[in-house]
Design a binder for this molecule. Structure first.
Ligand code: CP3
Length: 355
């Protein structure tokens, strides 16, 4: 395997000194890029793109050709796991993910099987190996999965939902069944992420998009506990290199303080908490990743640069910051605006790393 030429991202996650703040962007491979839309058109639909290792590799590398990014992220989706558990994932154009066979009752949950990930999800690990080969050590590769709670919201609701009525009902009426579901997802996710690491993923991120829909007690019980199970089961070192783990509960706010105890290396922060406050919550025990409001990318390059400056200033001096948005980049963004963001991080961040 080629030697890693840019380790800023891995160093920052471990709070080691760096000459500038590393940067990557959630959903950096995606519809805002015309070259992505072109390849997606070739593949036919989103899942066919995910299932084709050559095309998944191609779209993973596209943003790195345009922008001076410090990490690549596997092109895939958090819903490949329930798809492999037999739920039948499909994407309705313009409407997001859907499942043909949602799980809604204790009986449905009992019947769910834990797939052999090397068979059902082999296409993901093939993509990881190929991406590592094509990256040739340029930057590290991030592997990922959804948190069991967030994945379960889609499995139970059968689609994207803000109110989450069905899974909230299950939590209230049959918490034991919900716990069984979350445990099953967690077990499969551990296998899935360890296989990504085995295939070459150099850091892991867990996306918990819907954890903050729960109040603190329920968050700990239904979201955080299962992320803890995953962290406890992960391979944390490979070939003498630490595999850092980033947890991202969108909208976590003060719950960031609870998340530190999981043994993660870093926490993702969205734009509703400023980084100086987040740094106080976590007492500098872990690194922080974030947190520019994705809507800022709709503004002029000057406004974007000022937004970058504010985020850097909010984190302040010292190591342990990875620059990112507070959530994924949206399809309406002009790619040149992302270029302005990345350039601003390169130009403005060295002053925070002088000692
Ligand atoms: O960040 C990256 O570049 C890596 C790839 C990635 C995708 N999805 C590709 C994708 C990652 C890390 C995800 C995570 C994901 N997927 C999450 C957690 C993060 C978050 O955004 O909160 C969630 C909740 C999903 C589930 C999902 N997948 C939804 C709700 C949708 C529809 C969203 C939309 O904007 O239409 C997807 C589809 C999806 N996943 C797209 C991409 C690039 C758009 C698909 C397309 O080309 O039409």
């Amino acid at each position: 395997m080629a030697e890693l030429k840019n380790d800023l991202f891995l160093r920052a996650l471990q709070r080691l000194p760096v000459p500038r703040t590393p940067v990557w962007i959630m959903r950096q491979a995606g519809r805002y890029l015309p070259e992505y839309r072109e390849v997606r058109g070739q593949a036919g639909d989103f899942m066919s793109l995910c299932r084709n290792p050559e095309l998944a590799c191609e779209v993973t590398l596209q943003p790195l050709r345009r922008f001076k990014l410090d990490a690549a992220i596997l092109f895939s989706d958090i819903l490949t796991v329930p798809d492999a558990m037999g739920l039948g994932l499909y994407f309705e154009t313009g409407e997001g993910p859907r499942f043909r066979n949602p799980v809604q009752t204790a009986a449905d949950i009992r019947k769910l099987y834990s797939p052999d990930v090397s068979g059902e999800l082999g296409y993901v690990f093939d993509a990881v190996s190929l991406i590592r080969k094509e990256l040739a050590g340029k930057v590290p590769l991030i592997g990922f999965a959804g948190s069991p709670w967030t994945v379960a919201t889609y499995m139970v609701e059968g689609r994207s939902s803000r109110e989450l009525p069905t899974i909230r009902g299950l939590a209230a009426e049959d918490p034991a069944a919900l716990t069984m579901l979350l445990d099953k997802i967690a077990v499969t996710t551990v296998d899935y992420l360890n296989a990504q690491i085995e295939a070459g993923a150099q850091a892991i991120m867990i996306f918990d998009t819907w954890g903050a829909a729960l109040e603190l007690d329920d968050y700990q019980r239904f979201s955080l506990a299962n992320m803890q199970t995953i962290i406890d089961g992960l391979t944390r070192e490979k070939g003498g290199q630490r595999i850092p783990v980033i947890l991202f509960t969108k909208g976590a706010g003060p719950m960031l303080a609870e998340m530190v105890g999981t043994g993660c290396d870093a926490l993702g922060v969205d734009w509703t908490t400023d980084l100086s406050t987040a740094r106080e919550y976590v007492e500098d025990k872990v690194a922080l990743q974030g947190n520019l409001d994705p809507a800022t990318l709709r503004e002029s390059p000057e406004v974007i640069r000022a937004g970058v400056a504010r985020v850097l200033e909010s984190y302040g001096n010292g190591p342990g910051h990875v620059f990112n948005l507070g959530h994924g980049i949206t399809p309406d963004i002009d790619p040149e605006h992302l270029g302005a963001l990345v350039d601003a991080v390169h130009e403005l961040s060295p002053q925070y790393h002088t000692d």
